[in-house]
Unconditional design. Sequence first.
Length: 222
Amino acid sequence: MTPERMAWLVTRWVRFYTRDLPAPIAERRVDEIAADLHDHIAHERDRGTGERRIALALASRMVRGLAADATWRGRHAGAAAGRTAPPEVAMRNKVAYRLAVGATIMAMLFLVWLMGAVGVIGVEGDRADLMYFGVIALGFVGAAIARFRPRGMVFVLLAMAAGQALVAVAALLAGKHRSPVTSVYELLGLNGMFIVLFAGAAWLFHRATPDRPRREATKPGS
């Protein structure tokens, strides 16, 4: 994939998560990101960086910027629940949401790094590791559909945890645990770790759901 193609995809992502915001705000965001991408590509080409490496760097920036995108959108779009909830409840939700986004991003980056550094299934470069890109893609698509809202992100992260489990099962059925560098315990342990991370992020998003504290506050005897 060329850097320009990757830059186009990043720009489309920006247009997607800004599409229901006021037009001046959305267009300003798109223009800022597009200009930054153009400068990044030009700078790396001047340094002699390869085309594929530039494209991968842009993809990495998009993944690492998900938390900032969510924060930016929340700041400009506002949340009706946050405006009506008591200040202490709104602050609690805000902290839980930031922790949830951070945990999700860190888990995804760690998974990508592990795939590239040593390999999760078998040795480094094993094509079976490509199945994990399905889990990551599920996160991107799910976040876009949920529009980063906590309630929807709960289901996205639970789906990612389930996807991670399915990859582990597929690897075992394919006999990858018989590899000299992989065992059943390693496969289950590594995948189990990511399942816990994604499930934990889902719990944090649940804690950030605005309706939950209000329901608790209206329980009899509260």
